[in-house]
Design a protein around this ligand. Structure first.
Ligand SMILES: C[S@@+](CC[C@H](N)C(=O)[O-])C[C@H]1O[C@@H](n2cnc3c(N)ncnc32)[C@H](O)[C@@H]1O
Length: 386
């Protein structure tokens, strides 16, 4: 176990490192263990420091729309970012599918009345979706992005985790009026031109008019630098013509946006004291990325600098605000809890994630920011209902 404060993605494999470096890792690790024990004994917190009271309320960004007479099915549902956005936009939820049991637990905890298939029963690649044919207006999903992420090997279709063929098969079986699929921006890079044409566009373009575009989370009020790519398809060409890519509802300094519509910085969102500097949080890394069960949300060296400027510690995320307060990092920066990470991703505080910390930040970092999902869902509703 590597101690806190190390960039997981740049840590060399054990066989690459010198004895000197190995000793250094051992020392850091031992110090980290002893600080954790001291934190558990309550020795690191003076008692004068108060819990942060977040000012950011993502639910305000997603006013609930009344039911629109449309229903949606969710594939690769994860911790429910897209599901929540679609629900707030007034879509009736038909069912969710995810191969991880912990994702199913999260969804069932928050929405006991939803139909949720998880574990083996939630494996999209092993499910026949014909029973939903004609029963579903919209299918949405985020096939795993690791095969296309610049943080990975970018194996695309050669990566066994590639689930796009299962997604397009489900669409062909269900024949919904519209579909939405989400992924990392890397998928729209030239490297995957051929893949996108052959695996996504060709199998669906006979029945669907398809558009692909990028959205930025901060343009929808979420205090994080995060871009995602969306593929949207409509069976009816009239609905496709009516569809418009969601427009930014928020900005930072832009005069176009009133103070009410300015996306807050990460510190302001979390309710931290004014240190004379604030900005959006860097993209939160998913705890499911890579082989290690990481409790760090750090996704690059560049983002390390931004977190440092923000005086927020991105490693060793804790299971609660109380635990984070009891365990201040050595440099005195603010330590994050899973609740804080959920907020920086645009999940309302009420949304509960199940599982160990690495599984929670796995679900958070994998998710579509709910306000972005909401904007997409609204644009689909408007195109189908006009
Ligand atoms: C990018 S995440 C989706 C996040 C989700 N759209 C959200 O907004 O929260 C991809 C999900 O696909 C799931 N997954 C991977 N392989 C799967 C399979 N064969 N069947 C169902 N789900 C799968 C993963 O467990 C993960 O939760």
């Amino acid at each position: 176990m590597i101690g806190e404060g190390h960039l997981v993605s740049t840590v060399p494999m054990p066989y690459d490192i010198s004895e000197e470096k190995r000793d250094w890792y051992r020392e850091v690790s031992a110090r980290s263990r002893s600080r954790k024990a001291a934190a558990r004994r309550g020795e690191l917190c003076s008692g004068e420091v108060e819990l942060n009271r977040p000012a950011f309320r993502p639910e305000v960004l997603m006013p609930e729309r009344k039911h629109q007479g449309l229903c949606s099915l969710s594939l690769f549902s994860g911790g429910g970012g897209l599901d929540l956005g679609f629900e707030r936009a007034g879509m009736h939820h038909v069912a969710s599918y995810d191969v991880l049991d912990v994702c199913g637990e999260t969804l069932k905890t928050n929405r006991p009345n939803w139909t949720v298939f998880s574990g083996a029963a939630g494996d999209v690649s092993a499910t026949d979706f014909a029973e939903f044919a004609g029963e579903v207006d919209v299918v949405h999903g985020g096939p795993p992005c690791q095969p296309f992420s610049i943080a990975g090997k970018q194996g695309g279709g050669d990566d066994s985790r590639d689930m796009w063929p299962s997604f397009t098969r489900a669409i062909r079986e269900i024949r919904p009026a519209a579909f939405v699929a989400e992924n990392v921006p890397g998928l729209l890079g030239r490297r995957f031109d051929h893949y996108v044409q052959e695996t996504i566009i060709k199998p669906l373009s006979r029945s669907y008019t398809i558009d692909a575009f990028r959205l930025s989370a901060s343009a929808f009020g979420v205090p994080q630098e995060r871009q995602r790519v969306f593929f949207v398809g409509f069976r009816s060409s009239a609905a496709a013509r009516r569809h418009t890519v969601p427009k930014a509802t928020h900005g930072d300094q832009d005069e176009l946006f009133s103070a009410k519509c300015r996306t807050p910085g990460a510190r302001a969102a979390l309710g931290l004291e004014n240190i004379g500097f604030d900005c959006f949080a860097p993209t939160l890394r998913s705890g499911f990325t890579g082989p290690r069960k990481t409790t760090s949300i750090l996704n690059s060296k560049a983002s390390q600098t931004v977190w440092r400027q923000l005086q927020i510690w991105p490693n060793g995320v804790q299971e609660s605000r109380e635990a984070a307060l009891r365990f201040p990092p050595e440099n005195g920066h603010f330590r994050l809890s899973v609740q804080d990470c959920g907020l920086l991703q645009g999940f309302p505080e009420k949304w509960q994630f199940k599982g160990a910390v690495y599984q929670v930040i796995g679900q958070i970092g994998n998710s579509v920011c709910p306000p972005v999902g909401y904007a997409i869902a609204n644009s689909i509703v408007d195109a189908l209902r006009a």
